[in-house]
Design a protein around this ligand. Structure first.
Ligand SMILES: [Zn+2]
Ligand SMILES: [Zn+2]
Length: 342
């Protein structure tokens, strides 16, 4: 089969074609695994983190890609969940131990043996992949393959951050940072909490105007005070200043959720400005989001079909994965990028 593989970590500036197109054997599903013929795979920013070594792969060569959609083509021993031809998706969570306290509580995203698709196991930049059947997701009929692929990462993680925000209908939610993942969170939050009010913090005038268009009550700069106290805030920025500022806007008992794999160190010094009475007193909480559990992916796909949420996307052939990654890094085009395979 044809696959795009990564053989070593490098910086995209030094090596604009980090992935090579190779011919490799179709993988054989192990016990409990299914073989999937992939038709579409989303391209994610986390792939840049893998390629450039910020979250390096566990082995080389590795096939990246953790937003894969395809059809079930084969079965390892003991499989019973799907039939041949069923359409399934594979997300960031590839598998986990299934026995630890986190796995038993449905929090397998926190498992010490958590493995990520396309980083710790071969992913979707290929014609075929295998995945444990317990970690594959049926795709709702509302979506085409290419529409479903980008939902499998940012949407599912956004859904988890909204869940962790612990909001109640009628209360106030703040969003600091207003890029693609925050748009998704706002759309789903309006649907799940129809009487909640939304306050958006963004640096650009254009993003603030778009937030109001999408139903925000108020939009201001990341350093502004919100006109009302907020019961929860979700941060999707890569830096610290918006977190420090937003903690001041939290209502007593409020929670701020950081939705980022890594934070930049450039403005870390502003954390020293945190004052206990102003930022944390009155039982305010600060929490991060790590990975996704199966529940998040499954519930989000069902919710996205009901709302509906359909992403804007641009398609590339599998062999053009390097171009898609370069254009993503240069932020040339808005919307998701999807590799079409076969
Ligand atoms: Zn576990
Ligand atoms: Zn991703």
């Amino acid at each position: 089969m044809k696959a795009m593989v990564l053989n070593a970590v490098s910086r995209l500036e030094d090596n604009p074609t980090p992935l090579s197109c190779v011919d490799m054997p179709v993988p054989v599903p192990a016990e409990g695994e299914i073989l999937v013929r992939i038709s579409a795979c989303g391209v994610c920013h986390t792939e840049l983190d893998e390629i450039e070594g910020r979250t390096p792969p566990a082995k080389f060569p590795i096939v990246p890609g953790h937003q894969a959609v395809g059809r079930v083509k084969g079965f390892g021993e003991g499989c019973c969940r799907f039939e041949a031809g069923d359409r399934v998706g594979v997300a960031w969570i590839f598998d986990a131990c299934g026995r630890c306290e986190y796995c038993l509580a449905g929090e397998e995203n926190l498992c010490g043996s958590f493995r990520a698709t396309g980083r710790d196991a071969n992913g979707g930049y290929a014609e075929y992949m295998t995945v444990p059947e317990a970690f594959a997701f049926p795709i709702p009929g509302a979506f085409t393959d290419s529409e479903a692929a980008p939902l499998l990462c940012a949407g599912a993680i956004g859904y988890r951050s909204l869940r962790l925000a612990n909001l109640k209908n009628g209360r106030n939610l703040g969003l600091t940072g207003f890029g693609a993942s925050a748009h998704l969170v706002l759309k789903m939050a309006r649907f799940v909490y129809p009487d909640a009010r939304f306050f958006v913090f963004a640096r650009s005038e254009k993003e603030r105007a778009f937030a109001v268009e999408l139903g925000a009550e108020w939009a201001g700069d990341t350093t502004d005070a919100s006109p009302e106290k907020l019961h929860a805030v979700i941060d999707t920025t890569p830096v610290w200043r918006p977190v420090v500022e937003a903690m001041k806007n939290l209502a007593p008992g409020g929670r701020l959720v950081i939705n980022a794999i890594r934070k930049e160190d450039s403005d870390k010094a502003c954390l020293a400005e945190m004052s206990y009475p102003e930022h944390l007193w009155m039982e305010k909480e600060l929490k991060s989001v790590a990975n996704v559990a199966r529940r998040d992916v499954g519930e989000f796909l069902a919710l996205a079909a009901r709302i509906p949420i359909k992403p804007e996307f641009q398609e590339y052939p599998l062999e053009a994965a390097n171009n898609a990654l370069s254009e993503m890094k240069a932020r040339k085009i808005r919307g998701a990028k999807v590799l079409r395979i076969g």
